[in-house]
Structures are given as structure tokens and as C-alpha cells.
Ligand binder design. Structure first.
Ligand SMILES: [Zn+2]
Length: 96
């Protein structure tokens, strides 16, 4: 029997907080149930595959959970363009 993959569920809290760990060490079925529950509250959830069982029971102290939440929040989708410099357009005719 292959080792059962454990799942970590993140939920999107707010723009400030981003994704926060909701529950970990879940079976695939439990993860799906939780995602449905979170979605029914109008929130976004994300399922992450755990590489191993998390030993910390307290979610707020669980480092792998925190790391996954940060990656889900900031990973690869950092907003760009807020520091966009205004391009000076050449050849634009000046009008009065
Ligand atoms: Zn965890």
C-alpha cells in the first residue's frame, strides 16, 4: 500500500492576511469536504499536498503550514506595475 498523501487546506482570509492555514494532516476526502465548507462561506480555499505529516498540532505554530500559506499568498503572483515609471513618449507633437 502506498503511503496516503496528506493534505493541507488554506483559506483566503483577506487582502492583508492572504492565505492562512485552515487545517492540516487531512485525507484527500477530508480536504475536499473542508474546501466545500469554506467555499460555501464565500471564501477561497486551496489544497496543498503535504510532503510529510506535520508534527505540530497547533496550526498557528506549524511552520510548514505557515510556509505554504506564504507561498500561496505571495508565490509567483506578486503585483507588478505599481512602481511603473511614466514613459516619456518621443515624437509627440506639442499642442497649445
Ligand atoms: Zn501543518
Amino acid at each position: 500500500m502506498p503511503k496516503e498523501a496528506l493534505k493541507l487546506v488554506l483559506s483566503f482570509e483577506s487582502e492583508d492576511q492572504g492565505f492562512q492555514p485552515s487545517e492540516h494532516n487531512l485525507s484527500a476526502e477530508q480536504a475536499i469536504d473542508l474546501v466545500r465548507h469554506i467555499a460555501s462561506e464565500g471564501r477561497t480555499a486551496k489544497v496543498i499536498d503535504q510532503t510529510s505529516r506535520h508534527k505540530t498540532l497547533d496550526l498557528t505554530r506549524c511552520r510548514p503550514c505557515k510556509k505554504s500559506a506564504e507561498e500561496a499568498t505571495y508565490g509567483g503572483t506578486q503585483p507588478s506595475g505599481d512602481e511603473q515609471k511614466q514613459k516619456h513618449q518621443e515624437g509627440e507633437p506639442e499642442s497649445e
